[in-house]
Ligand binder design. Structure first.
Ligand SMILES: Cc1cc2nc3c(=O)[nH]c(=O)nc-3n(C[C@H](O)[C@H](O)[C@H](O)COP(=O)(O)OP(=O)(O)OC[C@H]3O[C@@H](n4cnc5c(N)ncnc54)[C@H](O)[C@@H]3O)c2cc1C
Length: 452
């Protein structure tokens, strides 16, 4: 790193303490949860930025953008760094733009739209929203740490998605302002369908600096688990809860045995040899759910109120990609894939995968609603890592039998799922980042125009 880089950036930022150069700090802020994938771990371990800048307002973001263009320096955006595809790991060094200090909640409108900066933590937003009678429509299981901007840049859905779909659906992301990396950077407002140009583009085509994020009226929730003799029983019970509009739910998860054995802090929810259904249900329906689970042969292992992100035990800490974390803690050979099974053919797909891959794959289902209102058995199955070839064979086979895969073992948007078939993220990159300075290498179909 050159002195001129440090000096140039320090001159742009009101407080020099927000330009970070200590190698250990830069190293730490260059990383996320990429090590979930043994394949990415090998590829990305050595990648590191040159310097970290922590802006506190849009003027500082614009100033850094101008500086990067002038000096042709890459910028990698960072929220809280909880992504698990190596999304915010710089492949070509340069500036890490850490947006965590831009964390203000401006307001929540009377019709339930939060207006905030990108670094605002989701848990802080949820807590304030509940005070005002609203709650997040959906959030990742990393709620406590993850930022709103990082969720929009790299996440997709989570707790709440069984009712409200993903970030792409139902107009949840109403609008945002984005700083561009055009010859003269500017702030562009993206509203309605235009948000899809930038949403889930891994910070490759614009810097989100202000967000309009739709909430939903708050409800009283309860946490519930029931153990079933077989995975099929647990799955079929949960599927009807997830699909039926009669049930008001925030989370419907299924773990095949022995996944629950990985959840060491909550042994009380685990029943030996049994698969587990984990549900967040509106409290007024808890009694009915208990009776329904028993009638379906389930053994209720936990039932209690949810009182916010500090609830103990917080059962969402075992769902979505936290499940993988508990598995890795138990045995580092476990890793995962991100999948979507067919709502009508899933039992057959489960059987085919079991027949071919045996207990090297364990089913972990997260039900989600899609944009057409259909309930999909989304899934983050655990895979016992047996080399890259085995992983690729599994992914290819999944796709052959109609299982959607967002491949978490690649570090570029196109194969990691949710790259838009209409290419609007790529078109936006050409428009807003023609030099390809934003998170270079993560959108591989982009090739910058040759410079004169
Ligand atoms: C244990 C665990 C569980 C998880 N569970 C879920 C889950 O349930 N659902 C889910 O969707 N994800 C999940 N994730 C992934 C991740 O936690 C979420 O997507 C989270 O919302 C990312 O937020 P962040 O602030 O950490 O973003 P970061 O990791 O910092 O950034 C994510 C991406 O967004 C880009 N970005 C950051 N800020 C901006 C900005 N202002 N403008 C444009 N781009 C930006 C970054 O460059 C990066 O490409 C999980 C990860 C882990 C490790």
């Amino acid at each position: 790193m050159t002195e001129s880089l440090i000096l140039g950036l320090t001159n742009l930022i009101a407080d020099a303490a927000r330009v970070l150069t200590a190698p250990a700090v830069v190293q730490k802020l260059s990383k996320d949860f990429f090590w979930y994938s043994p394949i990415l771990k090998k590829q990305l371990e050595s990648k590191v930025g040159d310097i970290v800048v922590q802006p506190v307002n849009v003027d500082e973001v614009l100033a850094v953008a101008r500086f990067a263009i002038l000096n042709k320096i890459p910028i990698t955006l960072r929220g809280a760094g909880t992504g698990n595809y190596g999304q915010c790991i710089p492949l070509q060094g340069g500036i890490i733009l850490d947006l965590s200090l831009m964390d203000k909640l401006e307001s929540i409108t009377p019709d339930g739209v939060a207006i905030c900066q990108p670094g605002l933590r989701l848990a802080a937003l949820e807590t304030e929203a509940v005070q005002q009678g609203w709650e997040l429509r959906m959030y990742p299981s990393t709620l406590a740490k993850a930022s709103v901007g990082g969720f929009l840049g790299g996440g997709s859905g989570g707790i709440g998605s069984v009712t409200h779909g993903t970030l792409r659906d139902f107009d949840t992301v109403r609008a945002f302002e984005v700083v561009t990396l055009e010859a003269e950077p500017r702030v562009v407002l993206h509203e309605g369908p235009a948000v899809h140009e930038i949403l889930h583009a891994w910070g490759t085509n614009g810097i989100i600096t202000r967000i309009w994020f739709a909430l939903t009226p708050a409800k009283q929730w309860s946490q519930f688990t029931a153990a079933f003799d077989t995975f099929d029983h647990a799955f079929l019970f949960s599927q009807q809860i997830a699909e039926s509009a009669d049930w008001s739910k925030r989370l419907v998860t299924v773990f095949e045995w022995p996944i629950p054995t990985f959840f060491t802090p909550v042994k009380q929810i685990v029943a030996k040899d049994k698969s587990l259904a984990l549900i967040m249900i509106e409290s007024s329906q808890l009694q009915r759910l208990t009776e329904s689970a028993k009638a379906a042969g389930g053994e209720v292992t936990f039932s209690g109120p949810y009182t916010g992100p500090r609830t103990q035990p917080l059962l969402s800490d075992y769902t979505w990609n936290h499940t993988t974390l508990w598995a890795i803690k138990a045995d580092p050979q476990w890793t995962y894939i991100q999948a979507g099974f067919s709502p009508t053919d899933c039992m057959n797909q489960f059987r085919l995968l079991r027949a071919r891959f045996g207990d090297k794959i364990l089913f972990h289902i997260e039900f989600m609603r899609n944009a057409d209102g259909l309930t999909i058995p989304g899934a983050i199955p655990l895979v016992y890592y047996n080399g890259e070839e085995h992983m690729n064979e599994l992914i290819t086979y999944c796709r052959e039998i109609g299982v959607f895969i967002a491949n978490p073992h690649v570090n570029y948007l196109e194969d990691a799922g949710r790259f838009r078939a209409d290419n609007i993220q790529l078109k936006a990159k050409h428009k807003y980042d023609p030099l390809g300075l934003l998170n270079p290498g993560k959108m591989i179909s982009f090739h910058p125009e040759p410079q004169a």
